[in-house]
Design a protein around this ligand. Structure first.
Ligand code: FAD
Ligand code: SF4
Ligand code: SF4
Length: 485
């Protein structure tokens, strides 16, 4: 008997249970538990099955949300998984870390009045169940193709493209400068949002599907780009953005001032069991310290919550705008506040103070002035409003820009935008270099995992079309030669 849907009037929205603050701030495990099968069914049954599902429209992957909710409510989980994985290469990751409040759930019609369907939590439940029950099978293409594709970068964009290309039978080689695949999923995002076994399980699945990983290989240093192009029929660049933005203020050279990604990578490596000398020496460990994190995005939120877990004495987040204008996800800010982080709104740093080591961050108050061309109010300093925050560790989380790939790789003809991101023709995901495609943050600038997956899928489809067209052209050429001879 099909499940009764549209239960939103009688069933309240319930997120998965959240671990108590006192418990969760002592480890790096995820803070949400998983839905029980009963809770998943009940929550999925709240969906109204909209004729025009705005949740789907606002999901960058256009996931078929109403249908997999209906199948979940019906207890047909294997079919729900088939559907969820048809449009998303990592539903278990997106279910955990998409900012759903800005995407699918934020646009669910129930959000106004009844609170949205808990789409992300159901998506995670479906896929975790599929892994546990052995429904996630390695890719076995109908036929193998001899053309190989080289992918630079094993983040979500590269991995999504790799899986899609394997499905078509291409020989897929993924190169990454790190010793593990996963990109920011493995070394950037902390375990309390995304536990590492979840990422490693996905990578194992790709290995079993025949994707070949070449780790510890930095293209441009260990492997020249020109050689990579000669080696493969097509190349996809999915290298992300890693150049940290900085603050140019007095005292920047003091010890105790670190970059967000260095800090988060050390913490993730430590939790993975790697030796991390800079952590063991205390340089990248917040234990027992007064910590000030500068910035207001997702990276800043990850830093403050990591510092809490490492046993910092105090953790403050300095942000130049106010709460309403913060780029970080509302849910993440809420979690951080629950965990004891103090937000110092409308404040910007003006100097790092100390002898050899940092002792305080000097800041001044800001007020929001006239809106800029994008409509966002520009912050401006309030004269005479300086104050000091004690700090043994300051973490700079001000965003990322692309590295200068044309210079680093010695390929000046690689086209870039004025922001330094790679320039592509979006309709074919290709740069102006023949057979060189690009996807993810290196094209969009710092963005989201779900957009990286979307780009990876689009690039894979474009590469497939490109290689098919080459085969056709080759055959035509041979036929014309045969006719002429
Ligand atoms: P990346 O994930 O950056 O992967 C790029 C890979 O390329 C890396 O593994 C790198 O080692 C490799 N590489 C680079 N150069 C070379 C080279 N020359 N040779 C070989 N390999 C190379 N998004 C969300 O949706 N939700 C979140 O909660 C969230 N939290 C975040 C927290 C932090 C701290 C950060 C920094 C980002 C967060 N994001 C989040 C954003 C998200 O992680 C990125 O948008 C996404 O990972 C981009 O994917 P990508 O594949 O383009 O690049
Ligand atoms: Fe929502 Fe992200 Fe899943 Fe799309 S991929 S349905 S936006 S959680
Ligand atoms: Fe269901 Fe909400 Fe999507 Fe409508 S918008 S189909 S109620 S999840």
């Amino acid at each position: 008997m099909p499940a009764k849907m549209m239960q939103f009037v009688s069933i309240e929205q319930r997120l998965p249970d959240k671990r108590a603050v006192a418990e969760r701030t002592h480890d790096f495990a995820e803070i949400y538990s998983r839905f029980t099968p009963e809770r998943a069914r009940e929550q999925a049954a709240r969906c109204e099955q909209c004729g025009i599902p705005f949740c789907q429209v606002h999901c960058p992957l256009h996931n078929n949300i109403p249908d997999w909710l209906m199948l979940t409510a019906d207890g047909r989980l294997e079919e729900a998984y088939e559907l969820a994985s048809a449009t998303n290469n990592m539903p278990e990751v997106c279910g955990r870390i998409c900012p759903q409040d800005r995407l699918c759930e934020g646009n669910c019609v129930l959000e106004k009045g009844f609170h949205s369907v808990t789409i992300g939590a159901v998506e995670r439940f479906i896929t975790d169940t599929a892994f546990e029950r052995g429904w996630v099978k390695p890719v076995r293409p109908l036929r193998e193709r001899k053309e190989s594709v080289g992918i630079v970068g094993a983040g979500p964009a590269g991995l999504a493209a790799a899986e899609q290309l394997r499905k078509q039978g291409f020989q897929v080689h993924v190169y990454d400068r790190y010793d593990r695949a996963g990109g920011l999923l493995i070394y950037g995002i902390p375990g309390f949002k995304l536990e590492k076994p979840v990422v490693l399980r996905r990578i194992r699945h790709l290995e079993e599907s025949g994707v070949r990983f070449h780790l510890g290989v930095e293209v441009g240093r260990d492997l020249p780009f020109a050689k990579l192009r000669r080696r493969h029929a097509a190349v996809l660049i999915a290298t992300g953005v890693y150049r940290a933005r900085d603050v140019e203020i007095p005292g920047s050279g003091l010890k105790g001032i670190v970059k967000a990604l260095d800090y988060l990578t050390a913490s993730n490596r430590k939790n993975l069991g790697d030796p991390v000398p800079a952590f063991d020496s205390g340089e990248l460990d917040a234990a027992g310290k007064h910590v000030v994190v500068i910035g207001g995005g997702d990276t800043a939120m990850d830093c403050v919550r990591t510092a809490v877990r490492q046993g910092a004495k105090s953790v403050r987040c300095l942000y130049r705008r106010d709460r309403a204008n913060m780029p970080g996800s509302v849910r993440e800010v809420q979690h951080a506040e629950e965990e004891g982080v103090e937000f110092v709104w409308l404040s910007a740093p003006e100097a790092f103070v100390g002898g050899e080591r940092l002792e305080a961050v000097q800041a001044h108050r800001m007020r929001l002035g006239a809106p800029d061309p994008s409509g966002r109010q520009a912050p401006e300093p309030v004269p005479g409003s300086s104050f000091r925050l004690p700090a043994d560790l300051a973490i700079k989380a001000l965003g990322f820009d692309p590295e200068d790939l044309p210079a680093l790789w010695g390929v000046p003809e690689l086209p870039v935008t004025r922001w330094g991101t790679l320039k592509i023709d979006w309709s074919i995901m290709m740069t102006s270099l023949e057979g060189v495609f690009a996807a993810g943050d290196i094209v969009r600038g710092a963005s989201l995992v779900v957009w990286a997956i979307r780009d990876g899928r689009d690039a894979a489809a474009a590469i497939h079309r490109y290689l098919d067209a080459r085969v056709v052209a080759h055959r035509q050429g041979r036929a014309e030669l045969a006719l002429a001879s």
